[in-house]
Design a protein around this ligand. Structure first.
Ligand SMILES: [Zn+2]
Length: 406
């Protein structure tokens, strides 16, 4: 089945074929940098990051352009309030933004043009159109044309940009070139906070930086992908915890598979089955339905788990492992080294529940000593003590490991 994308221009799902076979140009309106990014920013960044990952997985050569609006009235005002040079101020927030997006698996775009570095291009465009001044709308007209040409394949952004930003971009670009600007316009839906509008005045805007103190970035990503990008999505801690449990299950299963394959001394490669790959691809080809794609990956993880428990042949386990890794690469989930991810995630879970890591380690040492002294009653008492705090001890040949119970 071909890729079908809902095009805001027609408000219909249309079959997508690139202008130049095998190559796709994507322009996405980036962030205006005057504060730390919030969950709404994460939504569009993750949505288009995933779209680009899928296009690349489909063997298309993608040029992804995502701009930084590093000068505007708000930036200047905020910088002045702080007595800072606006250029230094915005450059700092670009770095802050990159720092917060990395844990969510949002890769850099191929080209990340800054508005301040394209003023001559904006002026040249304005000169074609008549009187005007460089501003937000002309910035994207100038930069998209410079890097992707007069007409390109995909223009994306948040739904709030349809009007006036994108209508103005179209008016300016098309008046100047007499050619269509972008062929496909993709807009991600709104994000609400507990079904309320997200706004500074309501005080319910959640920064990514704050969320990352308690939650794994990958869990935030899984939460965002659990709803198709065009749909509205309601943020709440329960939904995030739900996504977190899913990611936990992924890494626990991957680790289990690694242990299983190592025990079987399996050194071959896993193969990806055609029908499974087709099902995953079809989900994504249906307007990038990440909710469906995620459900398929979830089901594969379940199968992987069941196969390990059922002592299946190593090749079968390796095949399923290869599938979840391959599809996970498109979704940006399950890409880390399982052991490391499990450790990092455990620290965050402990932080959320107020469990002191040192205290747990100390109890484990104490329990080990009790067992060595054959004081099993004491060892059991320690297990019960940590369990009451939400910690599960797991004994293995290599020692005692632990995890935070959900
Ligand atoms: Zn724009």
């Amino acid at each position: 089945m071909p890729l079908r994308l809902t095009n805001t221009l027609s408000d219909r799902k249309e079959e997508f074929t690139p202008l130049t076979p095998g190559r796709v140009g994507v322009y996405v309106c980036g962030i205006t940098v005057y504060d730390l990014p919030h969950i709404g920013h994460a939504r569009f960044l993750v949505a288009f990051d995933t779209a680009v990952r899928f296009l690349r997985w489909s063997k298309l050569h993608v040029t992804y352009v995502r701009n930084w609006t590093d000068v505007d009235d708000k930036i200047i005002k905020r910088a002045n309030e702080r007595g800072e040079d606006p250029a230094v101020f915005s450059a700092r927030y670009i770095e802050e933004c990159k720092r917060d997006m990395a844990p969510l698996g949002v890769a850099s775009a191929d080209i990340e043009p800054k508005a301040t570095e394209h003023v001559p291009e904006m002026i040249a465009l304005i000169e074609k159109l008549g009187k005007g001044r460089p501003g937000w709308h002309i910035e994207c007209s100038a930069m998209s044309q410079k890097y992707l040409g007069t007409t390109f394949d995909v223009h994306g952004g948040g739904k709030d940009l349809v009007f006036p930003h994108h209508e103005n971009e179209i008016a300016q670009s098309e008046a100047a070139s007499d050619q269509p600007l972008a062929r496909f316009w993709l807009h991600n839906g709104f994000m609400t906070m507990d079904s309320e509008k997200m706004s500074k005045s309501l005080g319910n805007v959640r920064n990514i930086r704050d969320l990352l103190k308690s939650w794994d970035g990958e869990s935030i990503r899984a939460f965002l992908l659990s709803t198709p990008y065009r749909h509205p999505i309601s943020f709440n801690d329960m939904a995030l915890a739900d996504a977190d449990g899913r990611v936990e299950y992924f890494y626990e299963t991957l680790h289990k598979a690694d242990v299983y394959l190592a025990a079987k001394k399996f050194s071959g490669r896993g193969a990806i089955e055609g029908p499974t790959r087709d099902a995953f691809r079809e989900a994504m080809e249906d307007d990038l339905n990440t909710a469906q794609a995620l459900a398929i990956v979830n089901e594969l993880y379940k199968q992987l788990n069941a196969n390990i428990d059922g002592k299946a042949a190593a090749q079968k386990v390796a095949d399923l492992r290869a599938e979840v890794i391959d599809f996970g690469r498109v979704l940006g989930l399950g890409e880390r080294e399982p052991i490391e991810a499990i450790r990092d995630r455990r620290s965050l879970a402990a932080h959320r529940k107020g469990i002191d890591l040192g205290w747990v380690e100390e109890r484990i040492r104490e329990r080990l000593a009790a067992r060595k002294a054959k004081d099993f009653a004491r060892a059991d008492a320690i297990r019960a003590e940590v369990s009451a705090k939400g910690v599960e001890l797991r004994d293995a040949a290599t020692g005692t490991d632990w995890r935070v119970l959900p």
